[in-house]
Design a protein around this ligand. Structure first.
Ligand code: GDP
Ligand code: IMO
Ligand code: MG
Length: 422
């Protein structure tokens, strides 16, 4: 019986998961998303074309692979329809090879409104969510009030929907929040008809059957470890388990069926939305990372906050996920940098620690940096590890020594081809 390999982000999301899933897909027969929803924006580039995926797994461009949206995902039918139809228009019809778990929860129009209302109520301490209704949908799941994909096949679906909507209306009324979802609601019901054209399945049975048939499965995460609901920088996190354990609960795969765990990180660090970010740069260097790395959100277009690589946080993420192989992205962005810094410890008011603390909010954290000479050359054309300049290899090997995990893939540009596998 085959195992499931997992690929997930080790920072605050946008590490380049979409690109790497696409690159690794030829080695797999099945690609499955296990959590998150359209808060994700996974970018892929090849043959001069760029695609941004939100709910659909990034394995759809490499031949006739099976792609699965797992039970841990929250699905917005309207955004899903837009995404799938745009792909169909560009020659990628998915109806026969994209399966959707009946246990995935549906994002309702009123979930989006609740997301906005919750943020408005938080005022200056708002999370800076993507506004896609993620938090309220997972809240309903956990409080046992959710509506699932499988429910749309029930003759009682109207009643199920109206019951859930009435609850939301009560909450919004108590918050004094004005809204109008009439138009969204009719789009939502139309989109449900479109959803029914796909294979709605018990995906936990399907995935385990595929594994028994010795088919190889790649599980694709969304967001990143530092946005995990349990282990991230709470409360400035998303509402799902983005860590490796999320692949077990989000697909119905037993822990002893997990194989390789690929952890992706940028050669520096970014974050969108509010919350602590110890190595954030507010100066010209931060702006240079943003400009050269085009660090603007794929979903909301917001500026991404930028800073140096944080090994304290990275080691924490590696520990939580049991990462077996590291993947370093966007190395090319620092091609022209004279010096590059990496945080190796935190100074908390005179006390140094290498352990990621309970809370990094409200605590004065001074990162303790180790400085490296930049490689000062264009590495985008490099195609084998040996071709990299020595200063670059020193950077990679330092990360390997510190973390104890090999850096197996290095990305030097957004295109599929700009990838070095060691
Ligand atoms: P994801 O959410 O983890 O899939 O990442 P995003 O797609 O949100 O953000 C990553 C961005 O970096 C995308 O615009 C990619 O096209 C781009 N990208 C990925 N790898 C590289 C790389 O090695 N170098 C550069 N310059 N850009 C990259
Ligand atoms: P991918 O998969 C980066 C952030 C939001 C906000 C917080 C909560 O592309 O890496 P939510 O809408 O989930 O309730 O927002 O999480 N966030 C992301 N940041 N990449 C993502 O996904 C994100 N998904 C959510 O900006 O701070
Ligand atoms: Mg993204």
């Amino acid at each position: 019986m085959k195992k499931v390999d997992v690929i997930l982000g080790l920072q605050w999301g946008d590490e380049g998961k979409g690109k790497v899933v696409d690159v690794l897909t030829p080695n797999y027969q099945v690609v499955a998303r296990f959590q998150g929803g359209p808060n994700a924006g996974h970018t892929l580039e090849f043959d001069g074309q760029k695609y941004v995926l939100r709910s659909i797994p990034s394995g759809i461009f490499q031949g006739g692979k099976v792609n699965i949206i797992g039970n841990g995902v929250v699905l917005d039918p309207i955004l899903f329809k837009e995404e799938a139809q745009a792909l169909a228009a560009s020659g990628h019809d998915l109806t026969k090879r994209l399966y959707i778990s009946k246990k995935a929860h549906l994002i309702m129009p009123t979930h989006r409104v609740l997301d906005a209302a919750n943020e408005a109520m938080k005022g200056s301490s708002k999370i800076g969510t993507t506004g896609k209704g993620i938090g309220p949908t997972y809240t309903d799941k956990v409080s046992r009030n959710g509506v699932r994909v499988g429910d749309i096949l029930s003759p009682d679906f109207q009643t199920i929907y109206l019951h859930a909507k009435a609850r939301h209306e009560q909450i919004l009324h108590s918050m004094n929040y004005d809204y109008d979802v009439a138009q969204l609601e009719s789009q939502w019901f139309e989109a449900l008809e479109y959803l029914k054209e796909f294979k709605l399945i018990d995906s936990e049975h399907e995935i385990n059957r595929l594994l028994r048939e010795d088919k190889s499965v790649l599980a694709e995460g969304a967001q990143g470890t530092l946005l995990d609901i349990d282990f991230g920088s709470y409360p400035f996190v998303t509402s799902s388990n983005t860590v490796c354990a999320g692949a077990c609960t989000g697909l119905g795969v037993a822990p002893n069926r997990i194989g390789e765990v690929y952890g992706i990180f940028k050669a520096y660090c970014t974050r969108v939305g509010s919350g602590p970010f110890p190595t954030e740069l507010f100066d010209q260097t931060g702006q240079r990372l943003r400009d050269i790395g085009h660090e603007y959100g794929a979903v909301t277009g917001r500026e991404r906050r930028c800073g140096w690589l944080d090994l304290v946080a990275l080691k924490y993420s590696i520990m939580i996920n049991g990462v077996t192989q590291l993947i370093m992205m966007k190395s090319d962005v620092m091609n022209d940098f004279e010096t590059i810094k990496v945080a190796v410890a935190y100074d908390l008011g005179g006390r140094q620690t290498t352990e990621f603390p309970y809370s990094v909010e409200g605590v004065e954290i001074k990162p303790v940096y180790r400085e490296f000479c930049g490689w000062k050359s264009d590495i985008r054309g490099v195609r084998s590890y040996e071709e990299f300049p020595e200063a670059f290899r020193r950077y990679v090997e330092f990360i390997e020594e510190e973390t104890g995990v090999p850096v197996k893939i290095i990305s030097v540009g957004p295109d599929r081809a700009e990838t070095i596998v060691r």
